[in-house]
Design a binder for this molecule. Structure first.
Ligand code: IPE
Ligand code: IPE
Ligand code: MG
Length: 224
């Protein structure tokens, strides 16, 4: 069995999970956020070193104001507790995404999480928040121009260096929950060769069976 080194989770379906139970979308997001640690535990047990979890896209700001407000409030309020647990387990936390539109409190919490865990590893939790693959490439271009990087020196490894995921290997396997067969702007450059597995399960219900089935699917795809 080949264990993927870096997996990407497109954590979709919080809204539908809540609707199915007659709950608010916010309750779905709460359940979704609380479901990250158990899934990380499963990944750890399977020997997966790097998990990139897509929690908020640059397009998600178009959602109803109350929903956006709830997500931002949750980040400010609960992220540091979550990160303390990661730290206890020796996991390094990184953030991939834009900084604009995030509150100063949210930025502080994110920065503190990165600093607290910066010497941890080899396990990494990459929190993909306020992220878009296209926005990332725009950001890379801006940085290259701002730093006057010489045209003839720009290679694929230069781009890799300027991505928010700098230093991380490519994504081996993407798991998208809730049945949608879309990438929705997730780690576009890093997933050029990723195997994509879609499960019908809504994110808050994802269990060991789903992750194991995805790893099995990845193994079958690898031998073809
Ligand atoms: C994914 O769940 C979480 C975020 C995008 C924040 P959704 O909120 O997209 O849930 P559905 O797709 O409406 O069920
Ligand atoms: C993708 O889910 C983004 C996240 C999981 C954060 P969406 O629900 O936003 O994606 P679309 O709108 O179905 O493409
Ligand atoms: Mg969705």
């Amino acid at each position: 069995m080949i264990v993927p080194k870096h997996i990407g989770l497109i954590m979709d379906g919080n809204g539908r999970w809540a609707q199915q139970r007659g709950l608010s979308r916010s309750a779905g997001h709460k359940a979704g956020f609380e479901h990250i640690p158990p899934v990380l535990e499963i990944c750890h047990d399977l020997g997966i070193q790097i998990v990139s979890a897509y929690a908020w896209s640059t397009e998600n700001w178009n959602r109803p104001k109350a929903e956006v407000g709830y997500i931002m409030h949750s980040l400010e309020k609960y992220l540091s507790e979550f990160v303390k647990e990661l730290h206890k387990r020796g996991v390094r936390f990184i953030h991939s995404g834009r900084r604009d539109r995030l509150s100063s409190k949210a930025l502080r919490v994110l920065d503190e999480a990165v600093t607290l865990t910066e010497h941890n590893g080899p396990e990494i939790f990459n929190f993909v928040f306020n992220y878009g693959g296209r926005a990332e490439l725009v950001n890379v271009t801006r940085k290259l121009l701002a730093e006057h990087v010489k045209l003839e020196t720009i290679s694929e490894s230069t781009i890799n260096h300027y991505l928010w995921t700098t230093g991380l290997p490519d994504v081996d396997l993407i798991i998208r929950t809730s049945g949608e067969h879309r990438l929705s702007n997730f780690l576009l450059w890093q997933s050029a060769y990723a195997c994509v597995y879609v499960t019908q399960t809504y994110w808050p219900d994802v269990g060991r069976d789903d992750i194991e089935a995805a790893v099995k699917y990845y193994n079958e795809a690898m031998v073809k």
